[in-house]
Write a protein that binds this ligand. Structure first.
Ligand code: 97T
Length: 238
């Protein structure tokens, strides 16, 4: 997969693209991520990327020309990207969308700003995406959240954890089961016996039950959504 990111703050992505699972996936060539400074696509001396809104009002709006110039330049060759715009009012990002986006060969993420982008930019956009109902100063952190969730799903990126990732639980957006490691007892708190039993079928069944229970308690809408889509097995529904 290739991802092109358009932003006015490219420096925010430096650590994200160098460290951890994502950094390794990029350095190994499993995925390609290119961050582009929208300012590099301006033509005026002052490299202006935003302007005051027509009709008045607070803040500044990202101008259309530099973004269109970047899009035209970056899409001259190769497959057309599926274009996302990070927006506070966009469609809510979730695991289902991450799975769908992970199957695209190429993405472009335009990082919005709080005051917004010129409406005409949306003629380039396939999906306006929000990561939650809160207001940030810009769309760069949402872009990193989206890339992290999507890139970890690319085969080979999680390496030897791939088998875990393939678990249909997280891909269905179900909450995870409780995790424990040594010691078996800590300050009077014991690890559940089943996890010490070495009985893999019982352990798997316990984890599945814990995940469904936690999801039902904390995010019942996820269970309802899976039921409606027929994505819960008969035994999971019991
Ligand atoms: O708050 C924002 C400002 C600019 C671009 C995106 C966002 C946002 C908030 C939540 N998801 O995206």
């Amino acid at each position: 997969m290739r991802i092109d990111v358009l932003t006015v703050l490219p420096g925010l992505f430096d650590c994200f693209l160098k460290e951890g699972v994502i950094g390794k996936a990029i350095s190994s060539g499993k995925v390609e991520v290119k961050v582009h400074n929208i300012r590099d696509f301006t033509t005026d001396k002052h490299r202006v990327v935003d302007d005051v809104p027509y009709g008045g009002g607070p803040g500044m709006v990202l101008k259309p020309e530099p973004i269109f110039r970047a899009y035209d330049e970056l899409t001259k060759e190769g497959e057309k990207p599926y274009v996302l715009l990070t927006e506070p009012w966009g469609e809510k990002f979730n695991q289902e969308m991450a799975v769908e986006l992970s199957k695209k060969p190429r993405l472009m993420i335009i990082c919005g700003r709080y005051e917004g982008v010129d409406e005409r930019v949306k003629s380039l956009v396939d999906r306006e995406v929000s990561i939650g109902d809160y207001v940030l100063t810009g769309g760069e952190l949402p872009a990193m959240v989206i890339m992290d969730a999507v890139l970890r799903l690319i085969p080979g990126v999680l390496g030897n954890l791939e088998s875990l990732r393939a678990d249909s639980f997280s891909d269905r957006g179900l909450l995870g089961y409780p995790n424990y490691t040594r010691p078996a007892e800590f300050r009077g708190m014991k690890v559940p016996e089943v996890l010490l039993s070495g009985h893999h079928k019982k352990i798997e069944s316990w984890r599945k039950e814990q995940s469904l229970r936690k999801t039902l308690e904390r995010r019942p809408e996820i269970i309802e959504n899976l039921k409606r889509k027929g994505l819960l097995t008969k035994e999971e529904l019991e």
